[in-house]
Design a protein around this ligand. Structure first.
Ligand SMILES: [Zn+2]
Ligand SMILES: [Zn+2]
Length: 498
């Protein structure tokens, strides 16, 4: 038994509910106290006036890519292609390949991607992949072109840039052929990053959108090794395979469409900067219907990546039909849910759909003259990332990073949710914490174990030096300690964090 005391514990059961000490036995909260109790013969842990919340839950990450790319080249701060080349020339290969990510051609002086031949000058013999910030397009060098077994030959004027299916094909090739030990090392790295940012549970997508569950089963058998709990999504559409692997859910970033940045998100009205281009629906409604109806029949929770309103509407129509024909509490999810209408949100509410969103997308892309305004115009930008409209309807809304796309950092996500560019779509700080705790727990049907601090719940705590609910700069709050099932996973002395 351990007593954690001398802190302000926010239960997250309802607003302003707090207590002063918690008795923990075997990883579970046994008792809570409003004043510090006189207990003898137990371990006592003084939390030194910290502010304690349920451990953060990030409900959408690509942890394998995130862990892998953390050893590669992060291009988010480059200003010119010269910067890109100079970072790349100092990047070490991982498993014989060079990984670069978070490149945004809009933010470099040249306003373009590097070419394959430019990459060849630095790496003539090592395959290189440089992924666009949204992950929906990339550039590869000639060595990679030669190494990948293409279904159809690349065009004669190919200069290294890939989108849609070829982007997926290249990324999958780069993520293949890691031995078991490297895979574990990469997940360990991801888990350490997660816990350092205050998370005690993270949802992670596993697999390449096809039917291979080998990686899923391997991680499932090694979950006990990691300092955080991973909630696994077999990123496939093969229902029998998911059932065979014992998964309660299926899908992830299986793509209904692409992204705004790559002009591949499916829209009901054309792109503002490319009149005539509506983006594209990646699969027919018939094929989605076969997959989703079968998953629903077999009680699997489904999650699908949908960015544009046309893609959201396509998947939602199938969720609605499944739910109408055979109502179940499966909490099927739309991941991203970026561009919506009043009608779409009402339909999501009625179909009991959950939405897994990324507040940082708004912070990065909804600024004046930013990506959204450029691609969608001002009016539609107001209809992106509508957190308050969703929350107020009572739709199950959860927060996430889509790491490696944005940093896995719940405090930054909470901060972004309270500062959505469209002021009518902002959450209060309390609501923003809910989407990373209580709501996030409900997404995986873990609301009886995780997401609130109550007797009988898991003792998963994130201990902060400042109070999220009164802080003026949430993203800057220092994480003092993270406790998972009653065990201290990180403990930062004073304000020396990072
Ligand atoms: Zn994703
Ligand atoms: Zn996605």
């Amino acid at each position: 038994m351990k007593l954690f005391y001398n802190a302000k514990f926010y239960s997250m059961k309802h607003e302003n509910d707090s207590f002063a000490a918690a008795l923990v036995d075997n990883g579970i909260i046994k008792e809570i106290y409003n004043t510090i109790p006189e207990l003898t013969d137990i371990e006592k842990i003084d939390l030194q006036n910290l502010f304690v919340y349920p451990g953060f839950i990030d409900t959408h990450t690509h942890s394998f890519e995130g862990g892998l790319y953390s050893m590669g080249a992060n291009l988010e701060k480059v200003a010119t292609l010269e910067d890109v080349f100079s970072i790349l020339s100092e990047t070490e290969p991982v498993s014989g390949k060079i990984f670069a990510f978070r490149f945004d051609e809009r933010l470099v002086k040249e306003k373009r991607f590097p070419t394959a031949s430019e990459l060849d000058k630095i790496f003539p013999d090592i395959p290189v992949i440089l992924r666009r910030v949204d992950g929906h397009s990339c550039v590869i060098n000639s060595k990679a072109v030669q190494s990948i077994d293409w279904d159809i030959p690349l065009p004669g004027n190919f200069n290294g840039y890939l989108s849609k299916r070829e982007n997926g094909k290249a990324a999958n090739w780069f993520h293949r052929n890691f031995d078991d030990e490297s895979i574990l090392r990469i997940y360990q790295k991801a888990a350490n990053i997660a816990v350092n940012r205050g998370h005690t549970t993270i949802h992670t997508m596993i697999g390449d959108g096809h039917s291979n569950t080998k990686h899923y089963e391997f991680i499932k058998n090694n979950l006990h090794r990691f300092p955080v709990e991973f909630i696994l999504y077999p990123q496939i559409t093969d229902v029998p395979k998911a059932l065979e692997a014992g998964s309660p859910r299926i899908g992830g970033c299986v793509l209904a469409d692409g992204s705004f940045g790559s002009h591949t998100a499916a829209l009901s009205e054309p792109y503002s900067d490319e009149p005539g281009n509506y983006g594209s629906l990646y699969r027919s409604s018939k094929s989605w219907n076969n997959f989703i109806q079968n998953a629903h029949k077999n009680n699997l929770q489904v999650a699908v990546h949908c960015i544009g309103d046309a893609a959201i509407s396509q998947i939602l129509a199938i969720y609605e039909k499944a739910q109408k024909d055979n109502p179940k509490d499966l909490r099927h999810a739309i991941i991203h849910n970026e561009l919506t209408t009043e009608d779409i949100l009402d339909r999501e509410k009625n179909a009991k759909v959950s939405v897994i969103m990324q507040p940082m997308f708004d912070r990065l892309w909804a600024n004046p003259n930013g990506l959204y305004e450029n691609r969608l115009g001002k009016e539609r930008t107001l209809r992106t990332n509508r957190l308050a409209s969703i929350y107020n309807r009572g739709i199950l809304l959860t927060g996430s990073s889509d790491w490696y796309i944005t940093e896995m950092n719940a405090l930054k996500g909470i901060d972004a949710a309270t500062r959505i560019h469209n002021k009518y779509e902002r959450l209060s700080a309390y609501q923003a914490v809910e989407i990373y705790t209580k709501n996030a727990a409900a997404l995986s049907f873990d609301e009886d174990q995780l997401g609130t601090l109550e007797v009988g719940r898991q003792a998963d705590f994130v201990c902060l030096q400042d109070d999220i609910f009164t802080s003026g700069s949430i993203a800057e709050i220092k994480i003092a300690a993270v406790i998972k099932k009653g065990c201290i996973k990180i403990h930062n002395e004073g304000s020396s964090h990072e």
